[in-house]
Design a protein around this ligand. Structure first.
Ligand SMILES: Nc1ncnc2c1ncn2[C@@H]1O[C@H](COP(=O)(O)OP(=O)(O)OP(=O)(O)O)[C@@H](O)[C@H]1O
Ligand SMILES: [Mg+2]
Length: 366
């Protein structure tokens, strides 16, 4: 059985949807060195303690143990993606992506196992993507890194302890971030046109991720080579500034951006200071998010002026979710569009584009 999946290997989090399986799997793109850990009480979900041995010929360290995702986000020795990282060549991103694929293989409907069998095999065709500016140079490298045979063993992970998944990635169909999101919004699951304006129009996209913001312009579902562009700037640098200012002002250190975002999502702005007393970090968050929103709005205005044929502009990605109220304020009379679950639009788009490609190939081979 070959599974078809969309995987958005984001600098903030890896998002995975497998065709026919329900909810997406989301794993923060955070990794720390793994070791034999002391488990006093098992976590209630495997995603809270991904402790894995990853083998892949594409990694510099071909085989090593890592804590991945949430468990790593608490670890002082963790690493998150930095501006200089390129997701097409990053080992860390590949480690998290393989862990996500292995996790989906053992938790989704799988081939029945023989008694005593600990190694399972999972075959995938995946759709994925790169930022506008990385696409031309790196899409082939990225595809070659993903395609092939890899292996993931879950170690102290609750419910999955000792299970090994051999992953065979047969094909990787690489698309462009932001443009894939639009394809998702314009089509139904069966790939029929859902929204004629989006499908046949000239649409501007601003997709703000953690480290990059993509501005594809898509005309009748084709990416405009001349006007599409991207910026090496995302929400992460603002989050890093917030982490730093909070530490300077209150002596409270967030161990990772992920931990800060978890709080912002829950609207929890009060932090506990060492000793007694609490502090409100809201003013710091507001200051940086206002700045980020202003920057995004300026960039959009500039793009739209350059290319007035654009009928409407969508603001997408996790950055849009985080900054929506601030962007609306900064945009003043310029009308911008937002959608629900904006950080998942790409991954659903990748799955649809992979489906589309596979059906074209099948039709061609008949
Ligand atoms: N609802 C939300 N509220 C606040 N912040 C959010 C929300 N959703 C996502 N974010 C944050 O927005 C940023 C961008 O998220 P997104 O998932 O789009 O990044 P990514 O796709 O992993 O990164 P990139 O596109 O650079 O590879 C992240 O820092 C993320 O933590
Ligand atoms: Mg992204």
């Amino acid at each position: 059985m070959i599974r078809l999946a969309g995987i958005d290997i984001g600098n903030d989090s890896v998002k995975l949807v497998v065709n026919g399986q329900g909810e997406p799997t989301i794993i923060p793109n955070v990794v720390s060195p793994g070791y034999e850990r002391l488990v006093l009480q098992e976590e209630d979900s495997p995603l809270k303690a991904l402790d894995v041995m990853v083998y892949s010929p594409k990694l510099r360290k071909k085989s090593a143990r890592y804590f991945v995702g949430l468990i790593a986000s608490e670890d002082p020795d963790n690493s998150e993606q930095e501006e200089t990282d390129n997701k097409a060549t990053s080992d860390q991103s590949l480690i998290v992506a393989l862990t996500a694929l292995a996790y989906a293989s053992v938790t989704g409907p799988s081939v029945p196992r023989e008694p005593g069998q600990t190694t399972e095999e999972a075959e995938y065709v995946i759709g994925t993507g790169l930022p506008v500016r990385a696409y031309a140079r790196y899409h082939q490298t990225f595809e070659e890194r993903l395609v092939g045979e890899h292996e993931v063993t879950f170690l102290s992970t609750p419910k999955l302890r000792g299970r090994t998944v051999r992953l065979f990635i047969r094909r990787a169909i690489v698309s462009v971030e932001g443009a894939a999101a639009l394809f998702n919004m314009a089509t139904h699951d069966n790939l029929q046109v859902r929204d004629e304006e989006l499908y046949y129009g000239c649409i501007g996209i601003c997709e703000m991720g953690a480290l990059t913001t993509d501005f594809p312009v898509v005309n009748r579902m084709s990416i405009d080579n001349q006007f599409s562009t991207g910026e090496q700037l995302g929400l992460a640098s603002y989050l890093d500034s917030i982490v730093r200012d909070v530490e300077d002002q209150f002596g409270y250190r967030f161990p990772s951006r992920t931990k800060l975002v978890q709080r912002i999502r829950r609207n929890e702005y009060l932090i506990q200071r060492v000793g007694e007393g609490q502090a409100d970090i809201r003013p710091i968050v507001d200051a940086y998010f206002n700045r980020a929103a202003q920057k995004i709005v300026d960039l959009i205005r500039k793009r739209w002026k350059k290319y007035p044929d654009i009928q409407c502009f969508y603001v997408l990605g996790g950055g849009a979710a985080a900054l929506k109220p601030y962007i609306l304020e900064a945009a003043d009379t310029m009308r911008l569009r937002f959608v629900e679950n904006s950080e998942l639009q790409n991954v659903y788009g990748y799955l649809k584009l992979a489906k589309n490609k596979m059906s074209q190939l099948e039709a061609g081979s008949l």
